[in-house]
Design a protein around this ligand. Structure first.
Ligand code: NAD
Length: 274
């Protein structure tokens, strides 16, 4: 079974499932990343603030998988927002990762109180023009932030990476993305593991003979979302990619649609986060 990909508004495409490495310590990242790549993952999601880009780069090299066959995402931290500081931070991420390009570079948070995300986006456009960031996108942006950077630069982010899981489905923002031609990527797709004991998900899992994690990851895929579950446990890393030989049916999807909750947010609110 081949892995699905999602094609962006800039013509590039991304493997729909990737490995997340938030809270993966620098010294564990080589093992987690090389385990994932050997298991068939081709997409890794890190960030400067995760303080493990060196370890991710090491894992890429240890895996023996060619750099060109791997999709690497990293993110610009809030304190580095601004035009010149973004270009500098990008170079530092490249150096730590041990590569000369990034497949996808994201503004980690809009950090509206700084009011620098527009200048930051202009630097991202430069990096894209230079080809050093193959695609550029954002994370945790609200509709107004998206509209502002697109209006000012004419360049639409390829995706917005946002908190999204069955108990926080983000239907309004996803509709905005669809209208603007922006793909949606789900962070904390398993609700940081908190959703794995949910009774509805347990029922669907039993029906398909799958684990709750596999059901939730499949839910993201069947909703057209890009999904980056995190694990450092080899058996779980494998389990989380083993989702391409079954599908949820309309009954499962209808049951899971009902899990949505306006108060389901687990992480920070992007409008007030640092
Ligand atoms: P997640 O929803 O992926 O949950 C991860 C946790 O679920 C693990 O720590 C583990 O406890 C559990 N788990 C994973 N697979 C399992 C399995 N098969 N069986 C049992 N338990 C399992 O949480 P996350 O790490 O918050 O989110 C995933 C990724 O999203 C991050 O690693 C990061 O790359 C990204 N992220 C981005 C932002 C952002 O602001 N852009 C914020 C949070 C996370």
């Amino acid at each position: 079974t081949t892995q699905p990909t999602i094609t962006f508004n800039d013509g590039n495409s991304i493997p729909q499932v990737g490995l997340g490495v938030w809270q993966t310590p620098e010294n564990v990242a080589p093992m987690a990343v090389s385990t994932a790549l050997k298991a068939g993952y081709r997409h890794i999601d890190t960030a400067a603030i995760y303080a493990n880009e060196d370890g991710v780069g090491e894992g890429v090299r240890q895996s023996g998988v060619a750099r060109k066959d791997i999709y690497l995402t990293t993110k610009l931290w809030n304190e580095a927002q601004g035009f010149d500081s973004t270009l500098k931070a990008f170079d530092e991420s490249l150096k730590r990762l041990g590569t000369d390009y990034i497949d996808l570079y994201l503004i980690h948070w809009p950090s509206p109180h700084r009011n620098r995300y527009l200048d930051t986006w202009k630097a991202f456009v430069r990096l894209k023009e230079e080809g050093r960031a193959r695609s550029i996108g954002v994370s945790n942006f609200a509709a107004a932030h998206l509209e502002r950077i697109i209006g000012e630069t004419g360049v639409t982010p390829v995706l917005n990476q946002i908190e999204l899981h069955p108990t926080f489905q983000q239907k309004e923002l996803r509709a905005v993305h669809d209208k603007l031609g922006i793909k949606t990527e789900s962070w904390s797709p398993l609700g940081q593991g908190k959703l794995l004991g949910n009774a509805v998900i347990g029922k669907v899992a039993a029906k398909h003979g799958r684990t709750p994690a596999q059901i939730i990851i499949r839910w993201h895929i069947d909703n057209g979302l890009i999904v980056i579950p995190k694990s450092v446990t080899p058996s779980r890393i494998e389990e989380n990619l083993n989702v391409f030989d079954f599908k949820l049916d309309s009954e499962d999807l209808a049951e899971m649609a009902k899990l949505d909750s306006a108060s389901g947010r687990i992480g920070p609110d992007p409008l007030t986060a640092s």
